[in-house]
Design a protein around this ligand. Structure first.
Ligand SMILES: Nc1ncnc2c1ncn2[C@@H]1O[C@H](COP(=O)(O)OP(=O)(O)O)[C@@H](O)[C@H]1O
Ligand SMILES: [Mg+2]
Length: 376
């Protein structure tokens, strides 16, 4: 594993500056309060939510499951995955929770068995959803949405469900699916749902009239920025564990360059480490730091390209980003100002830029700005 991991599930000791936040979300979910964490990509939403689930499970005996909406294409597929994940709920105290039922589950989901018997801990047993083959898609979805509470009741445990990339719910099942979630979930008493997703699209899909209640159903919490004085000791400690020291100025410059952006900062730290190791250095100075900046910029180019491609369908978005990157005024001369304003609003809603004064905007991710500056 990398010294500075950029994996989807971040080890707890590498989650910097979010402990108070994680504790807060854990407390709410254990009190059966659902939470929504919107925010731009690569800022640590999944890492935080996964850690909340781990704590709920390992420290508080909750049953936990997660479903990534990005990977589902229909409500029925979502339902089946939710069922499979909930029944497979990891439990540190009882790792074999429903192990032997999982094979039966998969036969049942494939329709080759019409009745599912869930055996929990070899003692609790319940027959669930007999005659799967006679269920309509809608009924399947309703049963799936009801399952977390059923399991909580039978097991006398809280159940916490993570729904990642939740903005994609609109593609999976649209308003109808959101409505059904709301109707079923708001009656549940021993469950909590963690909605994670990209800001702008999530707000758009959830501000629809019928979805208002789902929005109110969850506490909306913003991930806090990670302050430099949380990053610096972590970076120094990590390098020290490999017997490498750093000029304090290098750390300061690194944090300035990456703007403390979680993913970009970790990438830059890893580049520093790779270069130091390749050159057998035990001390990192400004020269190595400069090489690391170059390397990270190249590595991130692919990420930023795809980010830009994502804006192709929004008139003027690219042009506006280019202007802002070069510190020009936001609105391109001679364009439809209504449409240009729409693009600016979308860029803000998605956390790409933020307004810092009248007509003035700053990039949320300094390395993205630098990437754009380097584009013709
Ligand atoms: N609190 C954190 N401390 C250190 N690095 C972080 C933190 N949060 C995120 N990262 C870095 O960013 C990467 C992406 O985080 P992730 O949780 O997948 O973001 P998101 O779900 O918001 O897209 C992580 O693998 C890690 O390298
Ligand atoms: Mg994520």
């Amino acid at each position: 594993m990398s010294l500075f991991p950029t994996t989807k599930i971040l080890p707890a000791e590498d989650i910097i500056g979010r402990d108070v936040f994680i504790r807060d979300v854990t407390r709410r979910t254990l009190e059966h309060q659902s939470v929504m964490i919107p925010g731009p990509r690569r800022i640590g939403k999944t890492a935080v939510a996964t850690e909340v689930l781990r704590r709920c499970r390992e420290d508080h005996g909750a049953l936990t499951a997660s479903v990534d909406l990005f990977l589902q294409s229909t409500p029925e597929e979502f339902a089946k995955n939710l069922i499979a994940e909930v029944l497979a709920s990891q439990d540190s105290r009882v790792p074999t929770l429903v192990q032997e039922s999982l094979a039966a589950l998969s036969r049942w989901l494939q329709g080759s068995e019409s009745e599912l018997v869930v055996r929990v801990l070899n003692s609790v047993e319940f027959r669930w959803l007999s005659r799967m083959d006679r269920l309509t898609g809608e009924e399947l979805v309703e049963h799936a949405l009801a399952l977390p509470q059923t399991l909580a009741d039978r097991m006398h445990r809280p159940v916490v469900i993570l729904l990642d990339e939740f903005q994609d719910v609109t593609d999976v099942g649209g308003t109808a699916l959101i409505k059904r979630m709301r109707a079923i979930w708001q009656r549940q008493s021993a469950t909590a749902y963690l909605f994670i997703g990209s800001q702008g699209s999530m707000m758009r899909s959830l501000f629809g009239q019928s979805a208002q209640a789902l929005y109110r159903f969850a506490d909306v919490l913003q991930l806090p920025d990670i302050p430099d004085d949380a990053w610096a000791p972590y970076i120094v400690r990590k390098f020290a564990s490999q017997n490498i020291t750093l000029d304090p100025a290098v750390v300061r410059e690194l944090l300035r360059h990456a703007g403390g952006h979680p993913y970009d900062t970790m990438k830059m730290c890893q580049a520093l480490y790779d270069i130091a190791r390749d050159h057998n250095r035990t001390h990192i100075d400004a020269n190595i730091a400069w090489l690391a900046q170059e390397r990270t910029t190249n590595e991130l180019a692919a990420v930023f390209q795809s980010e830009l491609r994502g804006w192709e369908g929004t008139p003027y978005a690219r042009q506006i980003l280019m202007r802002l990157a070069r510190n020009q005024t936001v609105y391109p001369p001679g364009v439809n100002s209504g449409q240009a304003k729409k693009a600016v609003d979308a860029l803000m809603a998605n956390g790409v830029i933020q307004r810092i004064g009248h007509g003035r905007y700053a990039f949320y991710e300094p390395m993205f700005q630098r990437y754009l500056m380097g584009q013709a």
